[in-house]
Design a protein around this ligand. Structure first.
Ligand code: ZN
Length: 296
C-alpha cells in the first residue's frame, strides 16, 4: 500500500494512493464497511496496530473506490507522518559519502536528531533566515517508519517493527552544524525535514538495500547512488537504537545520505532562494520543495 496524509478543510485525513488518485480512506471505510472508525491521522493509525491496518486493506479491497477517489493533483499532501514523536538520523552511513569526505569508516552508527517541528510535506517551502545561515545543503535519505513500539529488538527481528518507507531530505545548515560541536541545531531548523510524498508499506519493498536514490537541484542531478552503500543497515540500526531508547509507532529513522552534498563539492555549493530541490528513491517516488529565504 501507498499511504498518505492530505489536508481537507484544515484537517489531516488518511489517503491511499492508487495510480494517480488518492482514496479518502475514512469516507470509503465508513460507507463500505462501517462499524469501526479509522483514525484520522497516520500516527494514530500506526498506534492502533495491525487490526486497524487490516481495516485499511479491507477498505481498499471493498470494490469500486471511484466515489472516494480524487486526482492527486487536486489535493494538498502533507508529510505522511506530520507529527512523529521523534526523528532519529544517522550520520556518515554511506560508504561512498564517507570516502568523499576522506573520513574514517565509523565503527558504530553516528546518531543525531531532527526535531519534529522541522517536518514539512511535499511542495512546502524550505525556509531560512539568511542572517542565521548561508550554508544550507541537501541530503536525500531513505526514511524508515516504525510501526510498533520497539525496545531491545535484535537485528534478526527488526523488520517486524518497520511499517514502511518514505523519502526524506535531511536539509542541513552546515555553518551551524559544524560551528556548534554537535549537529542538532543545524539539522533542526523549522522546515528542514521534508518528508514524503507517501509511505510505501514494507511488503512492497522486499529489499530496502537495493534502491537507487537521487537528489536534483533545479533539475541537475547532484546525488546519485544506491541504498546498497549503507554501512549500518536497517536491522543493525533498529537494534542499536532500541537498545538505548524506545522507538514508537510513527517514529522516523533517516538512514544517511550518499555523496554529492554541496558542502563537500569543489567549490562548495549551497541552496539559494528560489532553488527547487527534488529527492527521489526508486519504488517510492519523488519529493519536491522550493527554497525561500526570509530575513527575520
Ligand atoms: Zn543526513
Amino acid at each position: 500500500m501507498r499511504l498518505a496524509t492530505f489536508i481537507q478543510d484544515g484537517r489531516w485525513r488518511l489517503g491511499a494512493i492508487v495510480g494517480d488518485e488518492i482514496i479518502d480512506l475514512a469516507s470509503a471505510h465508513d460507507a463500505r464497511l462501517g462499524g469501526y472508525h479509522l483514525p484520522s491521522d497516520m500516527r494514530s493509525l500506526l498506534e492502533a496496530g495491525p487490526d486497524a491496518w487490516s481495516e485499511v486493506e479491507r477498505t481498499l479491497a471493498s470494490g469500486d473506490l471511484a466515489p472516494f477517489a480524487r486526482p492527486l493533483t487536486g489535493v494538498k499532501l502533507t508529510a505522511p507522518i506530520p507529527n512523529p514523536s521523534k526523528i532519529v538520523a544517522v550520520g556518515q552511513n554511506y560508504m561512498d559519502h564517507v570516502k568523499e569526505q576522506g573520513a574514517e569508516i565509523p565503527d558504530h552508527p553516528i546518531i543525531f536528531t531532527k526535531f519534529p517541528t522541522s517536518v514539512i510535506g511535499p511542495d512546502d517551502e524550505i525556509r531560512w533566515d539568511p542572517g542565521l545561515t548561508s550554508k544550507v545543503d541537501w541530503e536525500v535519505e531513505l526514511a524508515v517508519v516504525i510501526g510498533r513500539e520497539a525496545r531491545r529488538v535484535p537485528a534478526d527481528r527488526a523488520y517486524e517493527y518497520v511499517f514502511g518507507y518514505t523519502i526524506a531530505n535531511d536539509v542541513s545548515a552546515r555553518d551551524l552544524q559544524f560551528a556548534d560541536g554537535q549537529w542538532v541545531r543545524g539539522k533542526s531548523l523549522d522546515t528542514f525535514c521534508p518528508l514524503g510524498p507517501w509511505i510505501v508499506t514494507w511488503d512492497e519493498i522486499p529489499d530496502p538495500h537495493e534502491l537507487p536514490l537521487r537528489c536534483l537541484v533545479n533539475g541537475e542531478v547532484v546525488q546519485d547512488s544506491c541504498t546498497d552503500q549503507m554501512i549500518f543497515q536497517i536491522p543493525h540500526l533498529i537494534e542499536f537504537l532500541s537498545r538505548a531508547f524506545t522507538l514508537l509507532p510513527g517514529d522516523v529513522i533517516l538512514t544517511g545520505t550518499p555523496p554529492g552534498v554541496g558542502h563537500f563539492r569543489t567549490p562548495p555549493r549551497y541552496l539559494q532562494d528560489g532553488d527547487i530541490v527534488t529527492v527521489e528513491i526508486e519504488e517510492i517516488g519523488a519529493l519536491t520543495n522550493s527554497c525561500h529565504t526570509q530575513a527575520q
